[in-house]
Design a protein around this ligand. Sequence first.
Ligand code: PEP
Length: 258
Amino acid sequence: SSARTPLMAGNWKMNLNHQEAVVLVQKLAWTLSDKRHDYAKAEVVVVPPFTDLRSVQTLVDGDRLSVRYGAQDVSVHESGAYTGEISAGMLAKLGCSYVVVGHSERREHHGETDELVSAKAHAAHRAGMTPIVCVGEGLEVRQAGEHVAHTTAQVAGSLAGFTAEQVAGLVVAYEPVWAIGTGEVATPEDAQEVCAAIRAHVRETFDDAAAEGVRVLYGGSVKAANVAGIMAQTDVDGALVGGASLQADEFGGICRFY
Ligand code: PEP
């Protein structure tokens, strides 16, 4: 229905050391090479811990795998006295195509604000990578019926300072917090409601081309068994997948999404 290439991104969170990462990426590459299925529809991305990235790079480059990869976070700073942080330049040098910013776990456990998330998105973009900007409401906001207002406000804050032309190339992930890691997947209609609202917000704030270009993902307990209904929605352009991305066959099922 649109020119947007579906994007399936597997967020491994704090799982798998670099040796385990190599095993999973090899299994995933094997799964995606199965000619009985059409895996060509989606762009497939893995998002391992920082310490795995060099090994993933070596494997992907050496075997010319069609899998891309990214990081789970990035510093807003370019270099210097920021102990423990990782710069966008370092990630770009490792061949990262994407950086997840503002994941709900970072907003919750590390106090990340929309302002910081925006700064991180800009840092990634300046270094030539595509930020995957995460937004989404918690259970109380959902129960109060404020989920659209809450989420579009997060989008406004997190995309602040980008031009319409830049936004057309970005990725926004709608992840209702109550559906992350809980097994409680949003219904396809719930996902569509908020993903459509995000696109409408981008249209109002930026322009038509930004709205048509930006890829809006759904995230929250996506599995091979429920991905088809979610992907059938007009404004859902892919999935950000946590738990199910740790198994090659399950994530493979998500990547072919029917
Ligand atoms: C996530 O952490 O981005 C996520 C969607 O997790 P899960 O798929 O495990 O709910």
